[in-house]
Write a protein of this length. Sequence first.
Lengths: 176, 82
Amino acid sequence: MATTKLDPQAALAELQESKPQRVTLVVLSGDMDRVMAAFIIATGAASMGMQVTMFFTFWGLNAIRREGAKGTAKDWLRRMFGHLNKGGADSLPLSRFHFWGLGTRMMKLVMKQNRMPGIAELRAMALDLGVRFIACTTTLGLMGITKDTLIDEIDQFAGVSTYLAEAKDAQVNLFI
Amino acid sequence: MAIPSDVKLDTLGLFCPMPIIKTSKKIKELAVGQVLEVVSDDEGIKKDMPAWCETTGHEYVGLEEQSNGGSIHYKTYVRKTK
């Protein structure tokens, strides 16, 4: 079971104290290319000494699900939805040219041949650089995704107010 | 001609954002005043390294381009300031 590692109040107070340049990204999309762009911006910003927060909601939650983890939602509708909506860093489709998986597989091959990091590597790098992950609790429930199927490194489970409290003091806010 | 450097970082074959990520990690190993040389074959580094320096406050020393067979190696130099 993933647990909240940071107290939201303390995290916010600490940020207001240290006043680094800040970036927030809302990741709504679960498309491989869009999520990749999000992680590239996040890791780039973190490398420039900025404090980065990524807020995952709707399909974006698929990017922080463990590969192959099955949802344990209580009602069958959401359980079925969680089952149909495949998650995990390696299961994200391209926004275009997915072609039932073939296009995405080809893209991944090209990336591998060119030594480009994939979603899992980029995500690990982001965490390594101190990027904070927030998972939206409302859409988790809506989409039949349970906390225990997410990766362990989620800083906070929260909603729109937490996002806005961070975004209002950030210099760069992106919606992907 | 050649800009003197204290530490070299090879990022050949790596794409954005890897050279910048590796630079931000490597610079921590240097002493203040030392110069880091980053070698890349990604043309974007020509703009990215000055931008990284501007944001992080380190000093951008310069760029050297070296044609190496079919590809160009971009050597950027950064002096650690803090």
